[in-house]
Design a protein around this ligand. Structure first.
Ligand code: HEC
Length: 107
């Protein structure tokens, strides 16, 4: 019992450290750097020049974009062009991209 009383708080302290390291809020600047490839289809700043083929994603609410990107990445949503774009994204990449696009003005 004596050892357990020390181990349990240490275990939770380690869990908390791990959690904060991974749950950083989205960073617009990092998102912008990652968005270079997205612009090829979705347009500069997410304003598509062919919205019938490539949806405009400028100003999309961050929570909505996070859900969409995770769905493509995790195979819940499929599209031959879009799904491969999401496979290599980490949760942090997704938060960064979502923060960047949410801040763009829909034209
Ligand atoms: C090769 C072209 C292409 C590239 C590059 C691309 N996308 Fe897409 N994206 C699409 C197409 C096509 C769709 C529509 C698919 C569908 O609705 O099923 C789409 C859909 C989306 C959606 C869902 C929009 C909605 O209204 O539900 C989001 C969000 C998105 N893309 C974000 C991104 C991000 C972020 C990147 C860069 C990491 C990116 N895309 C790169 C082609 C592309």
């Amino acid at each position: 019992m004596k050892n357990l009383n020390k181990t349990i708080p240490l275990f939770f302290a380690a869990l908390c450290l791990g959690a904060t390291a991974h749950a950083e809020p989205g960073d617009k600047d990092r998102g912008e750097a990652r968005a270079a490839t997205c612009a090829g289809c979705h347009g500069q700043g997410g304003n598509s020049s062919i919205p019938s083929l490539y949806p405009s994603i400028a100003g999309m609410p961050a929570a909505e974009m996070e859900a969409a990107l995770k769905a493509f990445r995790d195979g819940e949503r499929d599209d031959p062009q879009m799904a491969p774009q999401a496979t290599h994204l980490s949760d942090q990449d997704i938060r960064d991209l979502a923060a960047y696009y949410e801040a763009q003005e829909r034209k």
